[in-house]
Design a protein. Structure first.
Length: 490
């Protein structure tokens, strides 16, 4: 471009610059705004001492507490069967189930009774012989005294010559004969006790044979030993059965048992908490479960499988666990009680009766056997179904309460610390050491955090100490902690 062209462009540029300067001079000066600190929204739960009711939930299958197999004790054809002696039937204690033909056994009893009568008659005859022999012996002794007196008189007369020696010899023969008779009776009397004993033994043997025949006759009738449901029947009318033949199986109706399988970790936590309660209340002499004041938690060292079993056995012996049974699949949550009100329409109270002797090798769970009384009983208005063998049920085991603990969501603890919303709504950290952690719940010892501390349950970003917070209550977490404290935690 030539110099002339460049000079031609200069006036427009200068005019534009003047216009921009005038526009800037006419605008007001910009306002300086101070930027405030932004609040980060978080949720929190309040740390408050609670009375925790330790509870675990397990599952198991209903089985009868008593099972009895009807076994034939005598042989013969079956000539009667109870119409209720069918699978699923119900019988009462003492009901006749099966009757085996009894004619042969009645004849055997009649024969045994006849033999017994004969043996008893012989024994009585021998006892009579003892009495008559004793009487005869007494008479013979008196006759001996008379014969000896005659002999003495004859000897005195012989000295005066009044009688001959022949008479004296006759008197001596009479005395000797009488002595011989007495000796024979004494020999008989010596042998009679043995003979009497032999006849009495024979009578006892006949009596035993009679009793055995009567027992065999009674065994032709098989009766139910207790109230029961018929589980199986293996014989038919007119069938010949031998002694030892299994004729059917009866399940006791008085009680049902459930082998509740509880995971080791949950059972360990329950055992530790309940062992603490036992130590605080003095062991087995403490009042029954749930009628006592809550006890105070003391940390207990973690236990291995063996220690858990020892504690569990101790609990079982003291009857410190209570139990409640519900049909599996009814209601929600991990426990019966908190979180399931109104859902478990079928509940049965149960009693812990014993602990399994070993940990299951496959599931690594511990078996707790609970018993339900009268599983078939129906009260007026009762909507529960009978607790039938084979039902899969859920069982909540509950230990005595411990007081003063602090429950937190387990996720709120990170690397041994919790985040707090302090009094100025700023983020702070505090170190915690849970006594127990089960599922999504962590249990802190009393005083681990000041009462009323606000524990942050969400994840603020950035999680810097001193961060200004907009803290809002975590209602869902609070509800979960409340439910856990009332038996739904473990």
């Amino acid at each position: 471009m030539s110099m002339l062209g460049r000079l031609a462009m200069l006036p427009p540029v200068m005019l534009g610059a003047v216009l921009v300067w005038q526009a800037l001079q006419s605008e007001p000066a910009p306002t300086v705004v101070a930027v405030g600190e932004r609040r980060v929204p978080v949720s929190f739960v309040t740390a408050a001492p609670r009375a925790l009711i330790p509870s675990v939930t397990g599952f198991g299958t209903v089985e009868p507490a008593r099972i009895w197999t009807a076994v034939a004790q005598v042989a013969g054809p079956i000539d009667y069967m109870n119409p209720a002696f069918l699978r699923g039937g119900a019988v009462a204690a003492g009901d006749e189930l099966v009757r085996i033909a009894a004619a042969d056994y009645q004849l055997a009893l009649d024969s045994a009774e006849a033999d017994l009568s004969a043996a008893e008659a012989r024994a009585e005859e021998m006892r009579a012989s003892v009495r008559t022999t004793a009487a005869s012996l007494e008479i013979e002794r008196e006759m001996l005294e008379i014969a000896e007196a005659d002999l003495a008189r004859a000897r005195r007369l012989a000295q005066t010559g009044a009688i001959s020696d022949t008479v004296i010899d006759e008197r001596r023969r009479d005395v000797l004969a009488q002595r011989a008779a007495i000796q024979n009776l004494e020999n008989t009397q010596t042998l009679l006790p043995a003979q009497v004993e032999a006849q009495e033994q024979a009578a006892r043997a006949a009596r035993a044979a009679r009793d055995a025949a009567a027992l065999d006759l009674a065994r032709t009738v098989v009766r139910a030993p207790f109230d029961a449901r018929i589980a199986s029947v293996d014989v038919e009318i007119s069938q010949f059965v031998s002694a030892g033949t299994a004729m059917g199986v009866l399940d006791g109706a008085a009680a049902a048992e459930i082998d509740v399988q509880v995971p080791q970790g949950r059972m360990a936590a329950l055992a530790r908490l309940a062992s603490t309660a036992l130590a605080e209340t003095g062991g087995a002499s403490a009042p029954p479960l749930l009628s006592e004041a809550p006890t105070t938690l003391r940390p207990v060292p973690a236990a291995d499988d063996g220690a858990v079993s020892v504690r569990a056995v101790r609990l079982e012996g003291a009857r410190r666990l209570s139990a409640q049974v519900a049909l599996a699949g009814i209601g929600t949550g991990t426990g019966i009680g908190a979180g399931t009100e109104g859902r478990d329409a079928a509940l049965w109270p149960a009693e812990v009766v014993r602990i399994s002797d070993a940990v299951d090798a496959e599931t690594r769970s511990i078996g707790v056997i609970v018993r339900v009384s009268e599983p078939y009983a129906r009260e007026p208005g009762d909507t529960r179904p009978p607790l039938i063998k084979g039902m899969f049920v859920r069982v909540a085991l509950t230990a005595p309460p411990v007081s003063g603990v602090i429950l937190l969501p387990r996720a709120a603890i990170r690397d041994g610390r919790v985040m707090l919303a302090d009094a100025e709504d700023r983020l702070a950290y505090a170190a915690v050491d849970p006594v127990f952690t089960v599922d999504d719940i962590a249990v802190l010892a009393p005083g681990a955090l000041p009462a009323g501390s606000r524990i942050v349950t969400s994840d603020p970003s950035p999680a810097l100490q001193g961060l200004l917070l907009d803290a809002q209550p975590d209602l869902a977490a609070e509800a979960r902690l409340t439910a856990a404290a009332h038996g739904g935690a473990l």
